[in-house]
Design a protein around this ligand. Structure first.
Ligand code: PEP
Length: 255
């Protein structure tokens, strides 16, 4: 297979260090001595990364992600964490441009592009989130919205940087709502996103980049969604907060 699927748990603002310890110990007991045909990534809040690394750091198929990074290097940016600082945490990935960052914290495509570039400068792999609102989809603006998000977000990346980036297509109307895109809707949109990457970077890169689906993925819908040819894993919010449910999604969705 040309693209290795990637399943990532986005815990959002859930689980401090002690709950992270419980989750990580439970997950460890279930995955120890197993190998997986996919990458597994967990994105706890910043303050819980050390605890997660302590317990899961030696599990070869599991790596850690941060949920955000600054677009700046260092200095007077109260409350921010730089990509370089994250690099010290033994983490590999960073989620950038999640719809909650866009809608609640006002992140623009330009800021998101700057964050992706900062992440790549220190060799962190961005999980770059894109997706349309229901109003945009119903108003016939799906393709325009995604075209802008992809072209602006990935602007200026080298091919190497592109291929170390994962795109997470997450229709905003499916995030945390219990409503999932149908497999057909998701596949069609993933194929469209891949075609956008092809326009910008060429067909070869487009065939190699991983595009995850996110939005109310659960054990019950993972197999159908992950069977789609252009879907390369999932970014999972609510259903990743419980170790067995996260593992069930991986087991049902991984090839
Ligand atoms: C997310 O926040 O990235 C997400 C996909 O959430 P949920 O799985 O809860 O819809």
């Amino acid at each position: 297979m040309i693209r290795k699927p990637i399943f990532a748990a986005n815990w959002k603002m859930n689980k401090g260090p002690s709950e992270t310890e419980d989750f990580a110990k439970s997950l460890l007991s279930k995955v120890q001595n197993r190998t997986f045909p996919c990458d597994i990534v967990i994105a706890p809040p910043f303050v819980s990364l050390t605890k997660a690394a302590e317990i899961l750091g030696n599990v070869s198929s599991i790596t850690l992600a941060a949920q955000n990074c600054s677009q700046f290097d260092s200095g007077a940016y109260t409350g921010e964490i730089s990509a370089m600082m994250l690099k010290e945490f033994f983490i590999h990935y960073v989620i950038i441009g999640h719809s909650e960052r866009r809608s609640i914290f006002g992140e623009t495509d330009e800021v998101i592009n700057a964050k992706i570039r900062k992440a790549r400068e220190v060799n962190l792999k961005p999980i770059f989130c894109i997706g349309e609102t229901l109003e945009e989809r119903e108003g016939g603006r799906l393709e325009k919205v995604l075209r802008t998000q992809v072209s602006e977000g990935l602007k200026g990346l080298s091919e190497r940087d592109l291929l170390d980036t994962v795109i997470a297509y997450e229709p905003v109307w499916a995030i945390g709502t219990g409503v999932t895109a149908t497999a057909e809707q998701a596949q069609d949109t993933h194929a469209f996103v891949r075609s956008l990457v092809a326009e910008q970077f060429g067909a070869d890169s487009a065939a190699k980049i991983r595009i995850q689906y996110g939005g109310s993925v659960k054990p019950g819908n993972a197999a159908e969604l992950m069977a789609c040819p252009d879907i390369d894993g999932a970014l999972i919010g609510g259903a990743s907060l419980e170790p067995q449910s996260f593992l069930d999604i991986i087991e049902k969705g991984a090839p």
